[in-house]
Design a protein around this ligand. Structure first.
Ligand code: ADP
Ligand code: ZN
Length: 289
């Protein structure tokens, strides 16, 4: 019988834990809010204690330390969620499950990997996954491998060319009006006085949002040269954004580099909200192959 695999999608607002198969198929899952590390991990253990898994893929909110030689490898590092700052997340999991193999990466990376193998990225080698939700995060897969440098990309914090007459100051505690600071969910709520899903699809605000996301697509195109840019996260559920982003992207790029047809090049996730948990099972599957 094939061995059971585990996945943890550890988000800043909610955790999803699942067990499933190497195909990425989920056979059981639970979802609960992210509270303190102790209380949240108690729920993680309560779930996985019911199963015997060979490996668990962990996609964590961050920033996290993914440098194996580092003294704080496996830690969540600089998060504004203070209870989790400098928390040895991977260490706590390993103490509870000493026989289990762990794959440790970001929540964005597992979602990128899920979309790469089973979503919009099927058949592609180089995909840039961008989540626009509570924050903006980027996972890049280059020739089938998750890219990292010294650490994982933090490409949601790039600086932007401001739209004409847009003087919104931005909400990023580190940079103010970086991309995340002006275009993620909390920024949308602050500038409009209501949440993204409450704003009409034809509201002129979406043009501004699209302008910033198109600049991001331009930067990622010029730096990574992907086959495909896939958007996930709550804000990307606004389908009217996609034609606007493609049109702004075309204007900004002036055909400087060749990219595929924009309908194919800039897409919404195919796995929807399951990209992350599917990807966490798939990275676990790779670890025991
Ligand atoms: P997280 O980033 O915590 O994993 P999400 O990707 O759902 O979760 O992002 C939550 C953010 O996205 C919130 O700021 C929320 O207001 C916004 N959001 C969620 N759903 C939508 C939607 N359908 N349209 C626009 N914004 C949304
Ligand atoms: Zn920032």
């Amino acid at each position: 019988m094939a061995r059971l695999l585990g996945g943890i999608e550890a988000g800043g607002t909610k955790f999803v834990c699942a067990v499933g198969e190497a195909s990425g198929k989920v056979t059981a899952r639970v979802k609960f809010p992210t509270t303190t590390p102790e209380a949240t991990l108690a729920q993680v253990f309560a779930f996985f204690d019911q199963y015997e898994v060979a490996a668990i893929g962990v996609g964590s909110f961050g920033p996290i330390d993914i440098e194996p030689q580092s003294a704080t490898y496996g830690y969540i590092t600089d998060t504004p969620k203070l209870a989790w700052k400098n928390f040895d997340f991977l260490g706590a999991l390993k103490v509870h499950y000493p026989a289990v193999k762990f794959v440790w990466t970001t929540d964005v990376n597992v979602a990128a990997y899920g979309e790469y193998l089973q979503g919009a990225g099927v058949g592609k080698q180089n995909i840039c996954y961008v989540t626009v939700g509570t924050g903006i995060g980027v996972g890049y897969i280059s020739h089938g491998k998750l890219y990292s440098g010294r650490s994982h990309p933090e490409a949601g914090h790039i600086m932007m060319h401001r739209a004409a007459d847009d003087d919104f100051v931005g909400v990023c505690p580190y940079h103010g009006d970086c991309l995340e600071g002006i275009a993620a969910g909390p920024a949308i709520e602050r500038r409009n006085g209501k949440k993204g899903h409450e704003i009409a699809p034809d509201d002129p605000f979406w043009q501004i949002e699209a302008y910033y996301l198109a600049q991001a697509c331009m930067t990622y195109t010029l730096t990574f040269s992907p086959d495909l840019i896939v958007f996930g996260g709550g804000v990307s559920k606004q389908a009217q954004l996609f034609p606007l982003i493609r049109a702004e992207f075309a204007k900004l790029m002036h055909d400087y580099v060749r990219v595929p047809d924009l309908e194919l090049y800039i897409q919404h996730v195919k796995l929807g909200d399951d990209a992350g948990i599917t990807g966490s099972l798939l990275v676990a599957a790779d670890a025991v192959k």
